[in-house]
Design a protein around this ligand. Structure first.
Ligand SMILES: CC(C)(COP(=O)(O)OP(=O)(O)OC[C@H]1O[C@@H](n2cnc3c(N)ncnc32)[C@H](O)[C@@H]1OP(=O)(O)O)[C@@H](O)C(=O)NCCC(=O)NCCS
Length: 181
């Protein structure tokens, strides 16, 4: 258990770090973030598998990322997380994901590359958000909703309204539209 911070990372003086946190190169962590606090789990919060934050990722401020209680909480490279967002214990946020203000990501949820989670969206624990998915502002994504790669979901419960306009145009030919990954 240790705190490892790459020398090029910029961590604001008000950030609170847990005991088991690894922070990569060029990471920026803005004011009042809490990184690596105990996972919010009634039985397992004493486990501290820690938090990993990959290179070039930014947490702008007031972001909370809880420590894993079964494995590490992982944030990949070039992830951008805006204020008041929360990343629950054991979540896996892969490279190039965008997480907007106020988003709540339940424990163990995995978010694949280039997905974009809009303002104040809520993702159920143990969920999977596929690459290049767009979750609209204010959406609630319950466990039964499968989020397909490259599609946009809005509302409560979230429903698909079509392709993500920001997804690369060729991805719908590169990947099967029926693949529920
Ligand atoms: C989901 C989103 C990407 C859709 O954008 P779009 O593809 O351009 O879609 P449109 O604005 O044309 O809307 C299409 C339909 O979905 C509805 N809709 C769009 N966003 C919605 C949302 N978040 N919740 C519910 N309905 C929504 C629109 O009202 C419209 O309905 P209609 O066809 O009945 O008129 C966008 O509305 C959104 O939520 N973006 C995220 C914004 C954000 O969080 N920004 C971060 C800023 S820091």
């Amino acid at each position: 258990m240790a705190i490892k911070i790459h020398p090029t990372a910029k961590i604001h003086e008000t950030v609170v770090l847990g005991m088991n946190v690894t922070i990569g190169a060029n990471v920026v962590i803005g004011p009042y973030c809490l990184i690596g606090m105990p996972g919010e789990h009634r039985e397992k919060s004493a486990k501290d598998y820690g938090v990993y934050i990959g290179d070039n990722t930014t947490l702008t401020g007031l972001v909370t990322v809880d420590s894993g209680v079964e494995g590490i909480t992982y944030i990949g490279e070039n992830v951008y997380v805006m204020k008041h967002a929360h990343v629950g214990h054991d979540a896996i946020i892969r490279n190039n994901v965008t997480i907007s203000c106020g988003v709540k990501i339940g424990g163990h949820t995995e978010i694949d590359p280039f997905a974009n989670i809009g303002l104040n969206a809520v993702i159920h624990q143990n969920h999977h958000i596929a690459h290049w998915a767009m979750i609209g502002m204010g959406a609630v994504v319950p466990k039964g909703v499968i989020v397909r790669a490259g599609f946009t979901y809005v509302g409560n419960p979230a429903k698909c309204i079509g392709q993500n306009k920001k997804a690369p145009v060729d991805m719908f030919t590169m990947f099967s539209q029926n693949s529920e990954v």
